[in-house]
Structures are given as structure tokens and as C-alpha cells.
Design a protein around this ligand. Structure first.
Ligand SMILES: C[S@@+](CC[C@H](N)C(=O)[O-])C[C@H]1O[C@@H](n2cnc3c(N)ncnc32)[C@H](O)[C@@H]1O
Length: 174
């Protein structure tokens, strides 16, 4: 989270915050808002905020990544961790992240992107028609995501031992 969190007093939006796994990683002087479509997830995230005294978290709210209830340019940084492959409309998702992030701000995406070849490619292709039922897009190539979301990617980094998860460091060009 250091990338979305690299300066003092930043307003940061985390989209699809889930149970709030990442919340303890934000700086003490950040002003974090977490949103998610799931009330059950949000209850767990709120519990974590209270239990761990996470004063950097301003709000945990119900919200849809495809229709964010925030004004334009509201946040210095926006993060979406393990969310991109579960939202329905990537064009709207990307447009909303860019709209609420200020110009020149940072947008950080972490996701698994499908492989162009190899054994995982075959599995991901086989699962592709089941996206609606399994709740995520198994066949999710990076270039398709970048094209649909309209995000300007500055750097692509593998972020775990086997490079299964990828971090996209994006700058918000408006
Ligand atoms: C795989 S979980 C990741 C949770 C968290 N970001 C993490 O890394 O632990 C995906 C989350 O995205 C949420 N989600 C799915 N569609 C969403 C949407 N359209 N808007 C906001 N959140 C969404 C789900 O409810 C779930 O909490």
C-alpha cells in the first residue's frame, strides 16, 4: 500500500475494501475511505477499524465501484485490490476510478491477470464461460483490462513469490 500512500495527509479511496485486510497498512496521517457492495464485508472491516484503532480510516461505506458516490477529483489516490476481475463493467469501473481521483493522482490496481500461454492459460480459458456463476473473470488478460479501463499504467510489477498477483501503478491522466 505504500504506493497509494506515499505522501502526508492524503485522501485515499479503497474500492472493494472487503474485510479491510489492507487498512492497517495505511499511514497514520492518511484519510482513508473504504467502499464495498457487501454489507457483510463492511461489518468485518468496521470491526477491524475499531479493534485495531485505525484512526487513519475516516469512513467505511456501502458503494458500487461502477457508480461511485463521490465528487470529481475527491481523492489523491485510489486503490482497488483483487477487485478488477469481479466488477461487471470494466469501462465504467475505470472511468469512475479516474473521475474521483484528482489529475496526476495515483491509481493502484492489484489483480491476477491471465497468462498468455502454459497450463494456467488452459485452465483460465476453460473457466471463462463460467464467469457469471463463479463470480470472477478467470480469463482476464492485462491488455484487455488496460484497454477497457482507460488507465494509464506507469509500471507493472509482480508482487508475490510466483508472480501470480500483479500490481499496476497508474497515473491519473485527465
Ligand atoms: C476478492 S475480494 C477483495 C477484498 C479486498 N480488496 C482484499 O484484497 O482483501 C473482492 C471484493 O470486491 C467487492 N466488490 C465486488 N464488486 C464490487 C463493486 N461493483 N463495487 C464495490 N465492491 C465490489 C466484493 O464484495 C469483495 O469484498
Amino acid at each position: 500500500m505504500q504506493l497509494a500512500n506515499d505522501g502526508p495527509d492524503q485522501r485515499i479511496l479503497e474500492v472493494g475494501v472487503g474485510t479491510g485486510l489492507s487498512l492497517p497498512l495505511y499511514r497514520d496521517d492518511a484519510h482513508v475511505t473504504g467502499i464495498d457492495v457487501s454489507p457483510e464485508m463492511l461489518a468485518k472491516a468496521r470491526d477491524k477499524v475499531a479493534r485495531l484503532h485505525l484512526h487513519q480510516v475516516d469512513a467505511i461505506e456501502i458503494g458500487d465501484a461502477e457508480r461511485l458516490g463521490f465528487s470529481d477529483n475527491r481523492f489523491e489516490a485510489v486503490a482497488a485490490l483483487h477487485v478488477a476481475s469481479v466488477v461487471g463493467d470494466l469501462v465504467r469501473f475505470g472511468a469512475e476510478l479516474r473521475r474521483v481521483c484528482k489529475p496526476g493522482g495515483r491509481i493502484v490496481i492489484v489483480n491476477h491477470f491471465s497468462q498468455a500461454a502454459g497450463p494456467m492459460h488452459a485452465v483460465e480459458q476453460a473457466l471463462a464461460p463460467l464467469a457469471g456463476r463463479i463470480g470472477f473473470h478467470a480469463d482476464f488478460p492485462l491488455k484487455n483490462f488496460v484497454r477497457a479501463s482507460g488507465l494509464r499504467v506507469r509500471a507493472v510489477r509482480p508482487i508475490n513469490l510466483f508472480g501470480y498477483w500483479t500490481l499496476l501503478d497508474c497515473v491519473n491522466e485527465k
